[in-house]
Design a protein around this ligand. Structure first.
Ligand SMILES: Cc1cc2nc3c(=O)[nH]c(=O)nc-3n(C[C@H](O)[C@H](O)[C@H](O)COP(=O)(O)OP(=O)(O)OC[C@H]3O[C@@H](n4cnc5c(N)ncnc54)[C@H](O)[C@@H]3O)c2cc1C
Length: 378
């Protein structure tokens, strides 16, 4: 089934992926975006095999690999700088790249395949028949409607698809700093309920994420409070001091659980469908993987409804498992009383070394796809 009209709400990573996948499959695509000039902010993003494999087929991963950094190792260190979990990832692809590079590549892919990007247009309503309404009152019909409008999705809420939508108690400040790190290694440092991740993401940039409780007023402040964070992580003072004064964005971590991603001729993609704490670095990865899987399912179906049903049956359980694991990690990180927080490292160290839990963790961390020479989680 190709060559029909699809409307996409939102020009984030999810919406642009869906627009590109559908346009490449022969659909006439229009993307409605509320921002005048949609762009990603200055931060890095981790991509794994589940999103890189569909991006291989459209030539985007090659570009991201050329500009970003393919990691050799991913590690977590505890308060005493001792390893909690260390993974050698040379046999698979874990790439950290600039968000702007990923967003720009997807935008070029979508528009190059014929999708029309309509900016400065806010969608205010959506119906199960695939129609949408714009803030100016105009009604737009189509054969398929994709709600890729993020955490506060209007499309999802109009169709009553949400079971749970809420902020979690923690949040992250993200920033890129001038790179001095030489090794292609990502390190997450723990200190009580705070975490700091450091990973090179381009030849010139290192991505830094700083995570802690939202109620810590000094911790969430922008510009980043260097004294505050250096107090918790004295060995990272040099990293905090590299943060430009005008850099950084802060977001509370969000959670969305839907009863279904599909109603009639409408499907949800990305944070609208499954916003999750970023511990597995899979929110955008799942959005990209699901967008390409959606176009493929529609290509093999007689009707839109049949294609959406087949897509959801395959993609929903994978996203749900990833979301469960990343949420569990959040509980582990933030909901332990401080006096016993030290036990956390011991528990994670044990789980990371125990074969069955390690393999499960790695499988969902990659978004439910094998790495070369692997067949499935055991
Ligand atoms: C701290 C942190 C770190 C993360 N790290 C990673 C990582 O390493 N790897 C990874 O895969 N994921 C990561 N994620 C998750 C990832 O960033 C998100 O899942 C992803 O960016 C969501 O993209 P989206 O397109 O679904 O939503 P959004 O980026 O929110 O885009 C939605 C778009 O829709 C538009 N819009 C909204 N409402 C309307 C409307 N009514 N009308 C028109 N337009 C509208 C918005 O303007 C926006 O452009 C992280 C998240 C956080 C918070």
């Amino acid at each position: 089934m190709t060559g029909r009209a699809a409307n996409v709400v939102g020009a984030g990573i999810g919406g642009l992926s869906a627009a590109a996948a559908l346009a490449l499959a022969g659909w006439q695509v229009r993307i409605f975006e509320q921002a005048e000039d949609p762009r990603e902010f200055g931060a890095g993003i981790y991509l794994k095999e589940n999103s890189l494999q569909p991006l291989d087929r459209v030539g985007v991963s090659e570009l991201l690999l050329a500009r970003g950094v393919k990691l050799d190792e991913v590690r977590i260190l505890d308060e005493h700088h001792r390893p909690v979990a260390v993974r050698d990832v040379r046999a698979e692809r874990v790439v950290v790249t600039l968000r702007a590079d990923l967003h720009g590549a997807l935008r070029d892919l979508a528009t190059g395949a014929g999708a029309e990007l309509v900016t400065g247009q806010t969608v205010t309503a959506a119906g199960a028949d695939g129609t949408l309404r714009l803030a100016g009152g105009e009604r737009v019909a189509g054969d398929l409607l994709i709600g890729a409008d993020g955490y506060h999705s209007v499309v999802r809420d109009c169709l009553g698809l949400a079971r749970r939508v809420h902020d979690l108690g923690d949040g992250a400040t993200r920033v890129v700093v001038p790179r001095v790190e030489t090794e292609p290694v990502s390190t997450e440092h723990w200190s009580g309920r705070r975490r700091v991740g450091v990973a090179p993401c381009s030849p010139e940039h290192t991505y830094v994420f700083i995570i802690g409780p939202e109620r810590d007023a000094r911790g969430v402040r922008l510009p980043v409070d260097v004294a505050r964070w250096s107090g918790a992580f004295p060995h990272l003072r040099d990293v905090f001091e590299r943060i430009p004064a005008d850099a950084g964005v802060h977001h509370a971590h969000a959670y969305v659980l839907c009863s279904s991603w599909v109603r009639g001729r409408v499907a949800l993609i990305g944070d609208a469908a499954h916003a999750q704490p970023p511990n597995l670095g899979q929110g955008a990865g799942l959005a990209i993987a699901n967008a390409f899987a959606l176009a493929e399912a529609l290509a093999h179906a007689e009707t839109v409804e049949e294609g959406l049903d087949a897509w959801q049956r395959r993609s929903f359980p994978v996203a749900r498992n990833v979301q469960r694991l990343t949420t569990w990690y959040d509980h582990l990180g933030y909901q332990w009383p401080p006096p016993v927080a030290g036990l956390r490292a011991g528990l994670v160290r044990g789980l990371a070394r125990f074969g069955p839990t390690r393999r499960q963790w790695e499988w969902w961390w990659r978004g439910g796809v094998p790495r070369p020479a692997e067949t499935g989680p055991s």
